[in-house]
Design a protein around this ligand. Sequence first.
Ligand SMILES: NC(=O)c1ccc[n+]([C@@H]2O[C@H](COP(=O)([O-])OP(=O)(O)OC[C@H]3O[C@@H](n4cnc5c(N)ncnc54)[C@H](OP(=O)(O)O)[C@@H]3O)[C@@H](O)[C@H]2O)c1
Length: 326
Amino acid sequence: MESKFNWGLLSTAKINHALIKPLNASKRTRLLAVASRSQSSADRYAREWKIPRAYGSYEALLADSDIDVVYNSLPNHLHAEWTIKALRAGKHVLCEKPLALSISEVDAMAAAANETGKVLAEAFMYRHHAQTLKVKEIVDSGILGRLQLIKSAFTFTLTREGNFRFVKEMGGGSIWDVGCYPISFSRMIVGEEPIEVFGWQVEGPGGGDESFIGQMRFANGVHAQFDSGFKSPSRSFVEIVGTDAVLKIPNPFKPGIKNELVLLHGGSEKLLKVGGTELYLGEVEDLCDAILFGKPSRVSLQDSRGNIAAILAFIESARRRTPISI
Ligand SMILES: NC(=O)c1ccc[n+]([C@@H]2O[C@H](COP(=O)([O-])OP(=O)(O)OC[C@H]3O[C@@H](n4cnc5c(N)ncnc54)[C@H](OP(=O)(O)O)[C@@H]3O)[C@@H](O)[C@H]2O)c1
């Protein structure tokens, strides 16, 4: 490789903090630019994070021919629009989760990636972490027996007043924000799409849910249950129940350098230690591999499409108060 890939941040979103370190650490990437809706905010941000170029509009960043990859960290309702614009401007895109808010948006994004030959991936960082790979390996080894049930949760107390997460039209609601993780994790473990979902929600003042409780049924007989929410203390876990053993993952979505899994097997409890690299480095390296070597991303667009389809079915189920077949 002659030089590093130049990355540009689309917005000054809070989550950028998580990407800046890996972008500076990877041998294959350089953080070159940030764009904001105002020049002063872009300038301030660029000074704070030592980013060489600052743009006062998203269009200006896309017009910079030195930028190879765009990180789309905009609010959820802008993911499709700006990802497609970035792809059409000749950029590869790492787009934050959820990839989009409808199947037609996902399909339009995939079509744009196809037509332009650029790489597009959803930034589900946990999917690249060693702990996630280990969990999948344990399940696939058969030690749990026949899979029966996956239980999971992801909640926190949302205090960011005026944030897009409260506004339905901006892709607000806990199922889009954090519920997408348990749904993604369960689908990954089962290795297929659910055939039926049933969900309940508590609606927040902005129209999106402030807590969601859902269950999925898969054709192979596995069931998955989760809850997500903005009104409870921070908690997250996954528990995978088989006929012979249970695997507990106390920190499934934001694993760190040192992690522990718990395997309940044969009447005893075994702690399994799993190391890992910095959480957000994996998605950066995965995208570089996809660009350089054509390696399929761990989070394929088909996979992202399946997650969005499940989320939409859950929302429809909660609205109609009935199970929905997918
Ligand atoms: N993977 C993860 O671990 C993780 C964690 C947190 C969030 N996320 C995802 O990252 C994305 C951003 O979340 P965040 O909490 O970091 O966002 P945030 O802090 O609320 O920032 C979003 C940014 O979008 C820009 N923006 C453009 N139009 C806007 C509008 N109409 N209203 C508000 N902001 C607008 C603003 O930047 P400018 O003013 O600079 O233009 C704003 O700073 C979401 O899709 C979220 O799901 C992922």
